[in-house]
Design a protein around this ligand. Sequence first.
Ligand code: RNT
Ligand code: ZN
Length: 412
Amino acid sequence: MSYDTAKAAFAEWGVDTEAALARLATIPISMHCWQGDDVVGFEKKTGSSGGGIQATGNHPGRARTPDELRADLEFAYSMIPGKHRLNLHAMYMDTDESPDRDEIEYRHFAPWVDWAKAQGIGLDFNPTFFAHAKADDNLTLSHPDKGIRDFWIEHGKRTRDIAARIGSELGSVCVNNIWVPDGYKDIPVDRMAARQRLEASLDEMLAPEQDPALTLDAVESKLFGIGVEACTVGSHEFYMGYAIRKGTLLCLDMGHFHPTENIADKLSAVALSLPQILLHVSRPMRWDSDHVILQNDDILAMAQELVSADLLDRTFIGLDFFDATISRTAAWVIGVRNMQKALLRALLMPWDRLRTAENTLDFTARLTLTEEFKDLPFGAIWAAYCDRLGRPTGLALMGELEAYQARVASRG
Ligand code: RNT
Ligand code: ZN
């Protein structure tokens, strides 16, 4: 179907496809570096990701160096319409030195910033509180040992300085997201003490003031992880309270709640108490499995809430999945494009009609509208968007993804 025909079909319902496309073009998605190498990173040591997160699979082509990862990223961005961001973890330092986590400095990440400048993209950042000998007990900022806590507090402080410098170099605020794996495999007897230690460590880490125009702190809660089934110190209630009291962003990861909880529903609720939110858009399957995101009901509902509740301007959209059983570059491209497609679908909804139906208690009309709208020719609008921005769709996209994968498959 031609774009013009599709445009007319939406216009019949009072929906302006040009306005939707113009809005979509302003929404950056923060693409996570760790899908490119199975959350391994570039520190001069090996080890599993740890912390209860796990990339499974051994598909050929894993990026082994920063240069390989950047090449893969450049390819992925070239398949995604619009300008986006890169979300970097501290373990992805690019340096010949071997700084420990409490020794990292801006210079260890400067090549990433030079690259981001050349690409014209923004960067986000994360301290890495896992995959390290001092995190082997799955206790970091809440560890009973002050020496271990201090080590991780120093790590976190340094990442905040680095994030601020990144924000200033790139002229774009760098969100620094704090996720710690801390928890207990079996039932703890003093949850309160662990949570008090986590809170005190966070307070100390966040005490130095940073310019909010350069960097913003976010805190990410979790339900449970492998090896920390009985108690996660940084639970949802813990961090929601913390973020509200201390003025950080709250990061909602879609894999970090009970499987039947509706994460989209939480947005408007937390947004009443928090000026800004960070999302880790992910797809849990039975657990926090971090599957590549689909255009499924969860993602569509999330995008609809962002649009309907007018939260796009105060929500940072980051992705968080890692699948090593398929082409890693394809995983990025499919995931980011699905997030964009979900947003576009939401931007193409007849919101005025829907709201009127709801507010007049005409739930029949509301249901008719949402269901009839699923039949509208969304695909033609998306294809036109990709075409205008020089990005392939359909078989052409498939060919590009396969050709790139074939090029990297020989990596050892
Ligand atoms: C882990 C969290 C966290 C990580 C990344 C690598 O469960 O979701 O966000 O996935 O920091
Ligand atoms: Zn996450």
